[in-house]
Design a protein around this ligand. Structure first.
Ligand code: NAG
Length: 298
């Protein structure tokens, strides 16, 4: 059904989402290219950041392009396969994003609370392992949920009241008693979201308490990095918890909240990390000069 019926609102939303999505593509690609091309940024924190950017870009690409293309089409249609593909990819990237956010919090925890052991704890293998675990957990989470939903009988109702397919809404269309499936979604997605969120809040609380006991000049830089991380975490998890784990969903609010993790947080990461992080800014300047040199030579 999409987000709105009114033409004025649709034009506004189209412009809004179009600009956001272009920003997401450019911003996140810029982070990935900057981190991979600059050897001075080859540290766990920046590797995780580049991975987060890649996931953000993918997560947003699952829903945003179709939503943008659908604003002015009369019949907003998606095939059953397309619908399940959206569900699968959404949970795959969403699960990976949660694990990556936890990994980034862990990385900051080690860097701030155990600085002397940072290089031994966060060595190359551990970092690769964390990234592999993120993709693996995302995959398992997505498959384990979808396995229950693919065999549902669909016999009539086929309108999804949102701008993308997601389990809670698609399950409602099945001609079967879906009570158990609803519980399963809350148990799987809901618990994953709430546990990740609690884990993140605990780690950031420990980090903040450690920082408070420090002399102020070094801690202010750490504090600004942390506030950025915490903002992303709150904006990503708030809507997710509301959609999957809140027992009394207010359905019309759900789809507007979903806008947060499909276009708002994926844009926020590049903004937060590129505008506020000096090392990133310096690396981007180097990248630009290097490109300019290549261009002048050719
Ligand atoms: C993700 O992290 C791994 C492991 O540290 C790294 O090798 C890889 O380059 C990162 N991916 C991106 C897109 O930066």
């Amino acid at each position: 059904i999409g987000l709105s019926d009114s033409l004025e609102l649709r034009i506004f939303l189209f412009a809004f989402f179009f600009v956001f999505y272009v920003g997401i593509v450019f911003g996140n690609l810029l982070i990935v290219v900057t981190v991979t091309s600059d050897s001075r940024l080859h540290s766990p924190m920046y590797f995780l950041l580049a991975n987060l950017s890649f996931i953000d870009l993918s997560l947003s690409s699952v829903t945003a392009p179709k939503m943008i293309a659908d604003f002015f089409s009369k019949h907003k249609v998606i095939s059953v396969k397309g619908c399940f593909a959206q569900i699968f990819l959404l949970h795959f990237f969403g699960g990976s994003e949660m694990v990556t956010l936890i990994a980034m919090a862990f990385d900051r925890y080690v860097a701030i609370c155990k600085p002397l052991r940072y290089t031994t704890i966060m060595c190359g293998n551990v970092c690769v392992g964390i990234v592999a675990a993120a993709w693996g957990i995302g995959f398992l989470h997505s498959v384990s949920q979808l396995a229950f939903a693919v065999n549902l009988p669909f016999c009539g109702p086929n309108k999804v009241d949102s701008f993308y397919c997601d389990l809670p809404r698609v399950i409602k269309l099945a001609c079967a008693d879906t009570y158990r499936l609803d519980i399963m979604v809350v148990a799987n997605s809901g618990i994953l979201t709430v546990c990740s969120f609690v884990l993140l809040i605990i780690s950031y609380t420990i980090i903040l308490m450690t920082i408070q006991r420090r002399p102020s000049d070094r801690s202010s830089k750490a504090l600004s990095t942390l506030t950025a991380h915490i903002t992303v975490v709150l904006l990503f998890f708030g809507p997710c918890i509301f959609i999957y784990a809140w027992p009394f969903p207010i359905k019309s609010l759900d789809k507007f909240l979903a806008v947060f993790y499909s276009v708002v947080t994926p844009l926020l990461n590049p903004i937060i990390y590129t505008l506020r992080n000096t090392e990133m800014k310096i690396a981007m300047r180097r990248l630009r000069q290097w490109n300019l040199k290549l261009w002048v030579k050719s």
